[in-house]
Write a protein that binds this ligand. Sequence first.
Ligand code: GLY
Length: 354
Amino acid sequence: MQTLRVDLGNHAYNIEIGTGILTQTGAKLRILLPEACKAAIISDSNVAPLYAAQLQDSLAAAGLPSELIIIKAGEQSKNMQVLSDVLEKIAIAGLSRSDVLVTLGGGVVGDLGGFAAASYMRGIAFVQVPTSLLAQIDSSVGGKVAVDLKSGKNLAGAFYQPKAVFIDTELLKSLPLRFLHDGLAEAIKYGCIQDKNLFERLAGYADDTELLADAEYIVARCCEIKARIVEQDEFDMGLRALLNFGHTIGHAVEQYYSYGYYTHGEGVAIGMYQLTRRTEEMGLTPIGTAAKIAEVLQKYNLPFQADVGKKVLLDTMARDKKKKGDSITLVILDNLGSGKLQKIGWKDMIEYLR
Ligand code: GLY
């Protein structure tokens, strides 16, 4: 088991990573929040049947009765109406300000549950128990919580840090392969922007079994990279944008297909390759980098191109919150393992599309 500290002053917290942590959640919470009398667990219709009973038993054994609140699995649930229903259920369960909310699920559950924790009684303690690879290495760490609006993804939210993140890598074994690979795209991203060794390690596994056997290392390394970035830029005013490598094009591709065709990681995979191919042509990235990215993406059945024209991509990107006024900040690779931020004029963005 590994413990990482996210050093954010008076709201610092630990990320604990290992196998079997799910069933230790109650005991760990008891130490962390001795005053808590009750818990609400937010989970979804896919994850709750698999793991909610184990979590509830673990909490009960630590003297924490819990109310299980299940939302329908899928991004469609990440909206104001579901948030409002969840908040009502927390209120009906009688949680007080000293109680705790536990999110058990992937990114949707973590984002919506975290936002519920941030808003219920103006903020109660919450802990993340992420179950997908994407949530374990990205969305559960760093305190971004949100729901989608009709006008766009994550448009209503907050920065609200959990009290702890408990990551049980054993849970990844029940993840459908497409969603394991979805998360892997973000792991490849961390390798691209900060850690060539991680990139090469991901490229080197013989198969998914070998990859899963090394899950604790992968998750811990990705969380460590993210934690160090978030510590320097909690509120996403600068450096944290490094985490957006591949996301500008990726989000546009996802949105073009109304979030119904490509998963988030698949969009990011396309974005990483396409931008790098272009920055190579522009002489900003060493030749051969994009080919290395394509090779590892293909290995995990991740796409690297999509049938979307430049003009359509540009129009879609114009609505993205990463665009600020007349400029946009891209993450480009100086080298494999070394990403940097590059602010460009919006009028020049077309040059970065293939
Ligand atoms: N997922 C990007 C961030 O947390 O900033």
